[in-house]
Design a protein around this ligand. Structure first.
Ligand code: DX5
Ligand code: ZN
Length: 218
């Protein structure tokens, strides 16, 4: 269903070759480019900071979607905005003042998303909805690509779609999205699917058509 946007996570790309990887996935049908920022504290893994995101910027022609898995998050929002993020998503679990965090993202002029870990109830975003451009439902515990999809998050997506009503808010799902699970979350109301291993597996910048086939299969 092509109303559904696919946002490949470059966490599964060749880390020595981000510019070419980004061009390849966009040429092969990626709608957005998803960048997983991890701090080794909020999540048990390290990836890239704002200078790396700034270096990706000129290669991204679509939408640079920056998922911040960092705590604290507020001190870094401006840096990621200046690095050229189009959408900045912060976790509700990353601090005591998510409302303030969303205000800070909106103050940069960027689109604002909020993410929920699998164990966090939907009520955590209820009073933020009028400020948000996106809610990200994590369907794995964040930190690593290639994990198994947590099925009860499909119900969360369905309830969130009802809670959102007619507000123009994207529902993004991230983690374990495959050809099996993508239709489930799409049917439940998600409209942006993040996929790392499902997009990059078997392909490379030398074999970009594999990325295209993988994207088309989701
Ligand atoms: C998880 C990250 C995801 C992850 C998805 O911590 O936020 O974006 O890379 O990877 P797959 O699609 O392989 O589960
Ligand atoms: Zn992510």
């Amino acid at each position: 269903d092509r109303r559904i946007k696919i946002a490949p996570s470059i966490l599964s790309a060749d880390f020595a070759n981000f510019g070419e990887e980004i061009r390849a996935i966009e040429a092969q049908g990626a709608d957005w480019v998803h960048i997983d920022v991890m701090d080794g504290h909020f999540v048990p893994n390290l990836t890239f900071g704002a200078p790396a995101v700034k270096a990706f910027r000129p290669h991204v022609k679509t939408v640079m979607d920056v998922h911040l898995m960092i705590a604290p998050v507020d001190p870094y929002i401006e840096a990621f905005a200046e690095a050229g993020a189009d959408i900045i998503t912060a976790h509700v679990e990353a601090g005591p003042h998510i409302h303030r965090t969303v205000q800070a993202i909106k103050a940069t002029g960027k689109k604002a998303g909020v993410s929920l870990n699998p164990g966090t109830p939907l009520s955590a975003v209820e009073y933020l909805l009028d400020m948000l451009d996106m809610v990200l439902v994590m369907s794995v515990n964040p930190g690593f690509g290639g994990q198994k999809f947590i099925h009860n998050q499909v119900d969360k997506v369905r309830s969130l779609r009802k809670m959102i009503g007619d507000r123009p808010i994207h529902i993004q799902v991230d983690g374990g999205v495959t050809t099996e699970t993508a239709p489930l979350v799409a049917a439940a109301g998600a409209d942006v699917l993040v996929a790392g291993s499902a997009v990059f597996s078997g392909g490379s910048v030398q074999k970009p058509e594999v990325y295209g086939a993988n994207i088309a299969a989701l």
